[in-house]
Design a protein around this ligand. Structure first.
Ligand code: NAD
Length: 479
């Protein structure tokens, strides 16, 4: 493998993982980010995202002299004694106001590169971008000697390093065969099939993959609803489905709705792309609609479990929420379905106290969530009318459920991830309501609120009008 000199622009989940992993493969990498505080922390060896193995790779790359940091692309380009060969763009491409991918950050970054790029440099988009972006960047660059390559990234948060180093496939697309091969060769030490194609196809592969996953999740959520209505068990149904190799076992667990920093914006962007091509992509539209409905369905389930009626009031009902992040294993709150459900619960008048292993009360994002964040699950559950599992953190299974039963006002669990073992929960004295599964109702005597309740720190509940109940959050904008 030929070691290359690479600039990575953006050091978020994708950029930092890309920089650290490429350095671990033997390349020399300078990562640039406009967030000075983040760059300072990285210079001090501090990685502030939760990604197993990433801090170690950053430390290894830095001490080997193969990984360095800069606050501007120009500074990064200037820090190589010899010219940089490849610039990889890993900046956000958030959802624009019309639902399309907003490329303004990406385009601004490219404008800054136009003059600064060394001769024959290859510009790579790893950010998720709509079909036509490579052509657009080529026009913006106005550089005959510079080729643009699409190299979409498929890593998942929480397993980013493992996914980068053990990908299912590598996709590289460009109008320039030489540039595409140069980029594909960066990964030659990895054991993965490489799809070499044109740029529009590479760009579409990323959206088509994410939208497929969204459709699959909405499908399984709809099947779980059908299970509820006809008395089937989704666990057995998905077991039977998953053994079919044409379907596969992954992405077959029902939940409170899909979310995170990618699926919502990418489904929306594909709809816009299809629209601009005069194609109504109804399947993806249906997946999005099913997902929005799923959040409401979770509230209905909670309402019914707590009040015994589909129309009961949740006003002043105290709910302990277990989980805030969009999935387990990450600290990312962007477009988290847990927050979407929490927002609806607040609008219905419920009082919320949450616990998430990756969001301590001291987390500066917690202050903007308009719910109280507890130090642990026991504190969150104190005096609660029900416990609602919203994120599939495995440690929730290992909680002392008897202790929890002794501290809640009403021993009811609504498990929107089907995470817990219903019989363990029932033995601890709780009723358990899952998705697409029979409710296990032990009808234990309510324990009564004997312990002092944990008081939310943000405001007394009765000052919260419905208009204040929306989780505006200090969560980063979805993208
Ligand atoms: P992120 O928000 O975690 O990180 C983006 C980083 O870019 C931030 O550190 C920000 O400060 C920096 N930045 C913004 N403008 C900049 C500029 N002009 N110059 C330098 N740095 C700049 O974003 P992310 O989750 O890493 O996503 C980046 C792209 O990768 C998006 O297009 C996303 O859709 C795509 N993607 C994300 C994932 C994922 O799981 N997060 C997976 C695959 C693809």
């Amino acid at each position: 493998m030929t070691a290359r000199r690479i600039i990575v622009i953006g050091t978020g989940y994708v950029g930092l993982t890309t920089g650290a992993c490429l350095a671990s493969l033997g390349h020399t990498v300078v990562c640039a980010d406009t967030d000075r505080a983040k760059v300072d922390r990285l210079r001090n060896g501090q990685v502030d995202i939760l990604e197993p193995g990433l801090a170690e790779l950053v430390a290894d790359g830095t001490s080997a002299g193969r990984l360095a940091w800069a606050t501007t692309a120009a500074a990064a380009l200037g820090s190589f004694p010899q010219r940089a060969e490849i610039v990889i763009l890993c900046v956000p491409t958030p959802m624009g106001s019309g639902g399309q991918a907003d490329l303004s950050i990406l385009e601004a970054a490219v404008e800054q590169l136009r003059e600064a790029l060394p001769p024959e440099c290859v510009v790579v988009t790893k950010s998720t971008v709509p079909v036509g972006t490579a052509d657009r960047l080529t026009q913006l660059l106005q550089r005959q000697d510079v080729s643009v390559v699409s190299n979409p990234e498929f890593l998942r948060e929480g397993t980013a390093v493992r996914d980068f180093l053990h990908p299912d496939r590598i996709v590289v697309g460009s109008a320039s065969q030489d540039a595409a091969e140069l980029v594909a060769a960066l990964y030659s030490r990895l054991d993965a099939p490489t799809v070499l194609t044109d740029a529009p196809s590479a760009e579409l592969i990323k959206y088509a993959a994410n939208c497929f996953l969204a459709v699959k999740l909405s499908y399984v959520n709809a099947v779980a609803e059908l299970c509820d209505r006809v008395g089937a068990d989704i666990v057995d149904v998905t077991e039977g489905l998953g053994h079919d190799s044409r379907i596969g076992r992954k992405f077959l667990s029902p939940g409170p709705g899909w979310g995170g920093s990618c699926l919502p914006k990418d489904t929306s962007a594909l709809l816009q792309l299809a629209d601009s091509a005069d194609f109504e992509f109804r399947l993806v539209r249906a997946a999005i609609d099913t997902n929005i409905r799923q959040h409401k369905r979770m509230v209905d389930k909670i309402r019914e479990a707590v009040t015994g009626s589909r129309t009961g009031s949740l006003s002043r009902v105290k709910l302990a929420l277990l989980g805030l992040t969009f999935k387990a294993g990450t600290d990312d709150l962007r477009d988290s379905p847990a927050l979407a459900v929490a927002s609806l619960l607040r609008q219905a008048g419920a009082e919320l106290v949450a616990f998430d292993p990756a969001v301590p009360p001291s987390d500066n994002r917690a202050g903007g969530l308009q719910l109280a964040v507890a130090n642990d699950a026991y504190q969150a559950a104190n005096g609660a009318d029900a416990i609602v599992v919203l994120t599939e953190w495995p440690e929730f299974r290992r909680l002392d459920w008897r202790r929890l039963a002794a501290s809640v006002r009403t021993p009811a669990v609504i498990d929107t991830r089907n995470l817990l073992d219903p019989s363990t929960i029932a033995k601890a004295g709780f009723s358990w309501t899952g998705l697409g599964r029979p409710t296990s109702n032990t009808s234990p005597e309510p324990h009564g609120a004997t312990l002092p309740a944990f008081e939310p720190s943000w405001a007394p509940a009765d000052t919260q009008g419905p208009e204040n109940h929306v989780l505006t959050g200090s969560t980063p904008a979805s993208h």
